[in-house]
Design a protein around this ligand. Sequence first.
Ligand SMILES: [Zn+2]
Length: 485
Amino acid sequence: MSSSLQDDLVHASHRLYSTLPAHGKPVIRSNGTPEWSILATTCIVVPSTTETSGNSHRIVPVSLGTGVKCLPYSKLSEYGDTLHDCHAEILARRGFIRWLIWQAGLYNKFTKGEIAKEEESFLDRINGKFRLKDGITTWLYTSMLPCGDASTLYTSAHQSAEEALQWSETDLVATATPPSDNTGVSRGRSGYTSTSTLRTKPGRPDSMPSISMSCSDKIASWSVLGIQGGLLANLFEPIYLKGIVVGGVDTPEAKDDLEWKAHIKNEMERSIWGRLQTIQDSLPYPYILNRPSIHVSSVPFQHSKTSIVSNSWDNALEPAPSPLSISHLPFIPPPNPKKGIKPEIIADGGILGNPWKKGVLMKEKGRSRICKFAILQAYEKLLNEIKEYYEEEPIKNAQSYHEYKHHPGSAYQKAKEILRGTPKRGYTMKGLEMYDNLLSTGIVENTSLDKPVDSGIPLPPLKGWLVSGKNFESFTSFGRIIQEG
Ligand SMILES: [Zn+2]
């Protein structure tokens, strides 16, 4: 890749962010505390066909997300109507899924001759499955190293001694089996010097625990499962990231710039696909171990923590993470066309200004377009539009989100099992035992914990993954919960 594509991806992402209104972006609080956030985009790169333009590609950012917050376990909703994880990378990817559904609908209109204005379709359908047109690649840009495993080394090099003390080894939370068994999950940055460790999202040591896995772990799982998700795996070939551009990487004073950047790139590669290489030959078709190219950039994002600190007065207050997130889908027509395309501002898992109550389905205007519930509704609408192509598919009679994702013979679920193992009781993280529905993944079925390699299937590299369980996916698009049994 030429270095210009890498830079263009950063600039296209920053440009899109700069077109958004100030509302929802980091602010300076009334007490003078400045806020910071993380920006991420999912972009497609389309090969350019025009001879006249010097560029050989066109960058289309299809989804933008900002944010650094996630909901604690106690606030998760079983209706799929809240966003559990509002880290920028995760929102950018969920928005991409929403974009794919819209694109599939558009493709269908084109083939039926119901052309929708000048909208552009980037999809093809081969052997009944959608995919991006030949030559189109998918990229992730993030303004900071993803939290968790990939940023472990970077964080420890930049962390002050005082901060490091907060995360002493005694904070280490492991699964019920001893950590030597490699099933341990670390909470946030505890034990921050150990690498290739599954981690939950960071939070203050005294905060309510979150069970969201870190962005490093989630992005690593996309290297096997693709970024289209389990629902769309029914209709799409897996879509893998061609590359990841990480911005805002600073070099500590004592280090050589080039060497340090190479080191960070190696760390990303180890974390995003290197630690999964043991299973590369065990994956079911069409799943593979994808190795996205990694590009490290020092271009700062205007609202990153580092930018905020360097632009502050010497005696300014310590910056705080913004409590808000933004999700922006610049192409998807809004529910009310008169209002135009607007970004969503997300607080507490829903649209800002719409408080919700646990146990009650959130009102439509409070739900994000990229929450599981809204994605299920859009998916069912699409299924209905394209039903003539899928007479024989096992996805027809499903009702709940969980059933759509777990139909028999799903290669996606098989690949996921090889990657993470199967969810089991009894491996709950310490401190979360009271949450009955929370499971942690163990060993692949039919293998014993002591001699897992006898079956010929390697140990799941991401075993220990925390799963909120079927109870949080048994909702229907009508807002009902399907009871077990
Ligand atoms: Zn993150």
